[in-house]
Ligand binder design. Sequence first.
Ligand SMILES: [Zn+2]
Length: 156
Amino acid sequence: MRKRKWLELLNLPKMLDCLLWQGARDSSGHGVVLYTDGKYWSTHRLSFRLNIGEIPKDTLVLHACGKANCINPAHLYLGDHIQNNQDRQRHRGTYQASGEATSYSILKESDVKAIRLWWHQIGCVLTMKQLADQFGVSKGCISEIVYNKTWKGINP
Ligand SMILES: [Zn+2]
């Protein structure tokens, strides 16, 4: 029963909202599950592995949305410990991003418009990774833009 529920969850349509794991969690807030390989997996890592692909050695699966128990593959991206720390700082309550004066100043308003246009109106022909490569930023950064976590008020 539990296994079937998990497998259903992983057959996700493309969702914009967080999909929060409601089962067991570890001390850091990540979901934990005993998978069919007999090992305990962090649910976000398992979601990434099954929905997106291999996780290279020594690589973390990070949350663009900042929610440790979110398993929406569209919110997950690969990164290292440095990025992880940056993410944590960014997602602290005090963080308020707006416009070109933030850490996203690598992008211009016109880039943000283009990214949103690609993602929302041209029907996702490019993946977030491809968009990220295209604009020279992280996948998490693209995710935050397309989900209006940053650069609010900039419309295509
Ligand atoms: Zn999420």
